[in-house]
Every structure is written in structure tokens, then in C-alpha cells.
Design a protein around this ligand. Structure first.
Ligand SMILES: Cc1cc2nc3c(=O)[nH]c(=O)nc-3n(C[C@H](O)[C@H](O)[C@H](O)COP(=O)(O)O)c2cc1C
Length: 183
């Protein structure tokens, strides 16, 4: 069994999401003692503080999966220069009730791919702001701002040759970060 289980949060619900493809492809660059599991966020209700005392099953599941993980990976789309609402909703759910956040201390990486030339940079900056507040230690460098282009993935869904070296460098750094910070 893998020693380090990573909870992957994809900031898009779209069936053919390029961010989901990136999340699948980047996981293949990890060493064998790491395993990656995408958590489901599409079935979460809209966060309502009134529900804190009786959370939905989907909320309990999300919190359980985050709590059981040794690290986090956020792979997010950019919507109108910020993170998609579905991602913020999931983050808010797992941060509550007050004092019972499951995010704190979990080492994390952030990345994203968009059709725009800025490659989700503003969404990631907003996400980093939220994660800093939630006490999530997040890899700073290298930053991964990807514009979706032909060849980003090969036919088997791996990272394409042009980006592989750079993303492998990121993965090596991420692995070291998780090992350093995992509880
Ligand atoms: C509501 C909405 C807002 C968007 N805003 C941005 C944006 O601010 N920057 C950007 O680069 N792309 C933007 N896009 C385009 C996305 O990059 C594109 O839809 C991408 O495929 C989303 O990622 P996904 O394939 O993982 O769902 C937006 C798309 C939608 C639907």
C-alpha cells in the first residue's frame, strides 16, 4: 500500500475537463509510494452554516477523505479570474464547523490549465490566499500555469514530451514537500 495518499481536488465538474486530464496525467509522474485519489465535490450541497450540526453524507465523505490523506493536490480551472464556485464550496465545507477544519497542516500543491494565456494564474493566486488562511503549507515553486495547447497530453493521457521535464521537476519538489510536512 502507498505510504502517501494524496487527495486531489479538481476545480471543474466538466466531463471533459482539461484540469481533470492534467490531474490524471500528473499523478503518473509520482513515485510508487504515492497514490492519488480525486475527491468528489459535484454532489456537495451549497454550503449553509445552518447545516453545520447535521452535515450531508457527501460532506462527511469529503471531510473523511481529506482527513485520511497525507497531502493535497488542487488542480483548478479559472472562472472569471478566480476559482470556480464549486471549488470554493468544497473548501468551505471541509473548513467547518469552526474549529473542525480538516485542511490545517496538510501539505499541498496547486496547478491549473486554462484556454487563456495566463494559465489560471489569478485563480491560483486566489486559491493560495484561501489556503494560507486555512493553514495549508503550499509548494511555492515552480508555479504551474498551463495554457491548453495541442500536445499537452499524448494519446495515452500522459503529459506530452514538451512539458514533461518541467512537470517532473514540479513533482519531485512536491514529493519532497509532502514528505517534509506530512503528519
Ligand atoms: C464561467 C467561465 C469563466 C471562465 N473564465 C476564464 C478565465 O478567467 N480565465 C481563463 O483563462 N479561462 C476562463 N474560462 C475558460 C476556461 O479556461 C475553459 O472553459 C477551461 O476548459 C475550463 O477548465 P476545464 O476544462 O477543466 O473545465 C472560463 C470558462 C467559464 C465557463
Amino acid at each position: 500500500m502507498s505510504q502517501y495518499q494524496i487527495a486531489v481536488v479538481v476545480g471543474s465538474l466538466r466531463k471533459d475537463s482539461i484540469n481533470r486530464k492534467l490531474a490524471n496525467a500528473i499523478a503518473k509522474l509520482a513515485p510508487p509510494d504515492f497514490s492519488f485519489k480525486q475527491v468528489q465535490i459535484g454532489d456537495l450541497p451549497l454550503y449553509n452554516q445552518d447545516d453545520d450540526a447535521s452535515p450531508a453524507e457527501s460532506v462527511k465523505r469529503l471531510k473523511g477523505e481529506i482527513a485520511a490523506s497525507q497531502g493535497l493536490l488542487f488542480v483548478t480551472a479559472e472562472y472569471n479570474r478566480s476559482i470556480p464556485g464549486v471549488l470554493k464550496n468544497a473548501i468551505d465545507h471541509a473548513s467547518r464547523p469552526y474549529g473542525q477544519s480538516v485542511w490545517a497542516g496538510k501539505p499541498a500543491g496547486v496547478m491549473g490549465v486554462s484556454v487563456g494565456a495566463t494559465g489560471t494564474s489569478m485563480a491560483q493566486q486566489h486559491l493560495r490566499n484561501v489556503l494560507a488562511y486555512l493553514d495549508v503549507p503550499t509548494v511555492g515553486q515552480p508555479e504551474i500555469f498551463i495554457q491548453a495547447k495541442e500536445g499537452l497530453f499524448d494519446d495515452a493521457g500522459n503529459i506530452g514530451a514538451d512539458s514533461r521535464k518541467f512537470l517532473q521537476k514540479w513533482m519531485d519538489r512536491y514529493v519532497a514537500w509532502v514528505k517534509k510536512h506530512a503528519a
